[in-house]
Design a protein around this ligand. Structure first.
Ligand SMILES: *Cc1c(COP(=O)(O)O)cnc(C)c1O
Length: 456
């Protein structure tokens, strides 16, 4: 097997269960608070937005949760995804390291996000939901949910950040092809959107504003519509663990075990989906794999943020959670990795980072595109600008291994392809991309607006 490139599982090897790291975590879960009263949330409060089955998954302590048969059926359209040994990249780097990547870009939507979109659409349909609302920035999440809603017969309203709506018509058309209704946010459809437009008719929108509109649209629908989120929450991360569970089996096929596991982090779901099954091995079986989360210097919540309670959205309608945050009013600079422009981080990942169980690094934009093109020219895949952050650090690890003359086994998540992000590549090729340093003053200002929470 030593010269095998692609490690492929059969459909029968598709995981039957999602893995819930909470069962193996030594850390107590922090409370989730209502944004209005700052009291712990009740299922009642959450059930306006989510079906009960997802709320139960959010707080579950069970190690394994069965994947519904109907979800597995659709997973089979693209799962198990390949694990690939990046031999041509290794050669280009002249490194003794072995570099593997889990290829989530082969999903019909082009990223890992379909793994949770299908599960969320399934549980909503089962609970009698008629329609979902959501936000999307660059369009990866909206595309995944549009495909999932199409399969499960749900209507979908997507609040798409206005600048992206204008700059990325093809993502919008993809969503519409699957029957979704896409609106440029801020819209005049919600009270919050109208208030933003009244203050500034030219407002280009932001992810925070779009989340607030989607939440409001669900909350005021008399139970007809529920809201769906593509990252951050425990149930989203749970659904993504199919990635790491497959990768564990595939690394075994390769006869190796990773020394380092790497993923980019926006809200944390693709990194956690790959890394948590390996973290479980660290916690239960004494393995010592390093788990490295990679974020942009433009939105460095783990490496520069504060570990505290903060709102999940700009309009302060979403629950308050304990996480590494740059402040909910912070709007990150316009890097092309739209999926990484979030002020906070998944609470579970924040807690593991705080406890030293995972590591984090921040990388500047141009270095990620340099890595992306080296990867593309070696392996033939143009990666999503988000995934390029993971590739940058995988390459840095391989170069360090070369310097030290070490054989190191590196595994990273290729969370998506970049076929809808070619304008970003054009900007890089034309030498017109900026590096955004850590926007310290904006973060310091935003951190003045944290909620005053009196919880131990
Ligand atoms: C959304 C997205 C991300 C970032 O989200 P996470 O929840 O941190 O995974 C990363 N890569 C791609 C391709 C995405 O679409």
């Amino acid at each position: 097997m030593s010269d095998t490139i692609r490690f492929l599982l059969s459909e029968a090897d598709l995981p039957r269960f999602w893995y819930n790291v909470q069962a193996d975590s030594p850390l107590p879960p922090a409370p989730v608070l209502r944004p209005d009263t700052m009291e712990p949330v009740t299922p009642d409060f959450l059930s306006v937005l989510f079906p009960m089955e997802l709320i139960l998954q959010e707080v579950s302590q069970e190690r394994y949760i069965e994947i519904p048969q109907e979800v597995r059926e659709i997973y089979r359209l693209y799962r198990p995804t390949p694990l690939v040994r990046a031999r041509r990249l290794e050669q280009a780097l002249q490194t003794p390291a072995h570099i593997y990547f889990k290829n989530e870009s082969v999903s019909p939507s082009g990223s890992h996000k379909l793994n949770t979109a299908l599960a969320q659409a399934f549980y909503n349909r089962a609970a009698g939901t008629k329609a979902l609302t959501t936000e999307t920035g660059a369009g990866q999440w909206g595309s995944a949910l549009a495909i999932a809603c199409n399969f499960f017969g749900l209507d979908l309203e997507v609040y798409m950040v206005k600048v992206s709506y204008r700059q990325k018509p093809y993502r919008r058309i993809l969503m519409e092809s699957f029957g979704a209704k896409v609106f440029a946010s801020p819209t005049d459809r919600t009270q919050y959107g109208r208030s933003v437009l009244a203050a500034d008719p030219e407002n280009p929108g932001s992810l925070g504003i779009a989340i607030s509109e989607a939440v409001e649209a669900a909350a005021t629908s008399n139970g007809q519509k529920k809201y769906s989120l593509g990252s951050v929450l425990n149930h989203v991360i749970l659904h993504q663990t199919v990635i790491g569970q497959e990768a564990l089996k595939q690394m075994e096929m390769a006869g190796e075990y990773p020394d380092v596991v790497i993923g980019c982090v926006g809200g944390g779901s693709n990194f956690a989906g790959l890394a948590y099954p390996f973290l479980g091995e660290n916690l239960r079986n004494g393995r010592k794999t390093r788990l490295i989360a990679v974020e942009p210097t433009a939105a460095p919540s783990l490496t520069k943020g504060v570990y505290t309670f903060d709102y999940g959205d700009t309009a302060r309608m979403a629950p308050i959670v304990k996480m590494y945050t740059l402040g909910h009013t912070f709007v990150p600079p316009g890097i092309h990795a739209g999926g990484l422009r979030y002020h906070g981080m998944a609470p579970s990942l924040s807690a593991f980072y705080d406890a030293g169980l995972i590591e984090a690094v921040a990388v500047p934009q141009r270095a990620t595109f340099e890595a992306a093109l080296l990867f593309a020219r070696s392996e033939g895949i143009v990666p999503a600008p988000e995934s390029a952050h993971a590739i940058r650090v995988a390459i840095d690890q391989a170069l360090e291994a070369r310097e030290r003359g070490e054989k190191r086994v590196i595994l990273f998540n290729l969370s998506g392809h970049g076929h809808f992000d070619l304008a970003a590549y054009e900007a890089y090729l034309n030498n017109a991309l900026e590096d955004y340093e850590y926007p310290k003053e904006a973060v310091m200002e935003a951190l003045q607006h944290l909620p005053q929470v009196a919880v131990a």
